[in-house]
Design a protein around this ligand. Structure first.
Ligand code: NAD
Length: 259
């Protein structure tokens, strides 16, 4: 994977950041993206670059805006060279019963969690097809394969990502380009920490009990999946060893969907 150019959306924290670290450690140049304090992001960017000796850049596109998604791909291509690896990871959550679910949250989750992957994939594809190499990995969720209440937009967008993955994989199957989707179980990141804090407030339970009783209830290994475990799955799917793996959903969920 040495010298490959990778774009990782939503890589200023959590799973995306772990994937960016792991890809750079494998020799990839990386374009970071996501929200956050510019100074802190620059520290992270330098750390990865210094540790791995690779070129690491950052572009602050909002993945909810198609024009900015295309600008991210253009910026990566001009800073690093043609994009070999695209990781569609940026994602947001909103939890509410259907009747109270705000329309603007539905639109936001569709744009960031699903449409961004379509626009980014469309933007990288011509050059991948020309060079007959590409690796696209979408980050869905166990909730891309099974449902959960009070998360209509999240479950719909993550199921959508699984479908998008299959369609893209079939279209480019003979062109050296693979497209797969990773379905994580519960991983301790800010997106989950916020939900734990909310539930702890509502139920009056201590956060550790909320994690064990609510968030790990359906995860048979009874611990959060580790960031490195997700990143390792992504690295595999981007490797030459995975050239024959396409259109597949790889669960890294501690047994969540096996039940
Ligand atoms: P996180 O909140 O730590 O990271 C989300 C990243 O996306 C951040 O870098 C954030 O800045 C970025 N982002 C959010 N909105 C954006 C936008 N409009 N434009 C650009 N960047 C944006 O969460 P995470 O847990 O690391 O989540 C990463 C992905 O993994 C998401 O797609 C999430 O749905 C998925 N996932 C997470 C878990 C989990 O338990 N943490 C489980 C399954 C799937």
């Amino acid at each position: 994977m040495k010298g490959r150019n990778a774009v990782v959306t939503g890589s200023t924290s959590g799973i995306g950041l772990a994937i960016a670290h792991a890809l750079a450690a494998e020799g990839c140049n990386v374009m970071l993206n996501g929200f956050g304090d510019p100074a802190a992001i620059d520290v992270t960017r330098r750390e990865i670059a210094e540790k791995t000796g690779r070129t690491v850049r950052y572009f602050a596109a909002d993945m909810g805006r198609p024009d900015e998604v295309r600008a991210l791909v253009a910026a990566a291509s001009s800073a690093l060279g043609p994009v070999d690896i695209l990781i569609n990871n940026a994602g947001v959550q909103h939890v509410a019963p259907l009747a109270d679910f705000p329309d603007e949250k539905w639109d936001l989750l569709l744009a960031v969690n699903l449409s961004a992957a379509f626009h980014a994939t469309k933007a990288v594809m011509p050059s991948m097809l020309d060079r007959r190499f590409g690796r696209i990995v979408n980050i869905a969720s166990a909730l891309g394969l099974v449902g959960a209440p009070h998360k209509p937009a999240y479950v719909a967008t993550k199921h959508g990502l699984v479908g998008l993955t299959k369609s893209v994989a079939l279209e480019v199957a003979q062109a050296g380009v693979t497209c797969n989707v990773v379905c994580p179980g519960m991983v301790m990141t800010p997106i989950i920490e916020m939900q734990v804090a909310d539930q702890a407030r509502v139920t009056g339970l201590p956060p550790e009990e909320v994690v064990q009783g609510v968030f790990l209830e359906n995860q048979p290994i009874r611990r959060p999946v580790k960031l490195e475990e997700i990143a390792a799955a992504v690295v595999f799917l981007c490797s030459d060893a995975a050239a024959g793996v396409t259109g597949t959903a790889l669960s890294v969920d501690g047994g969540y969907v096996a039940r």
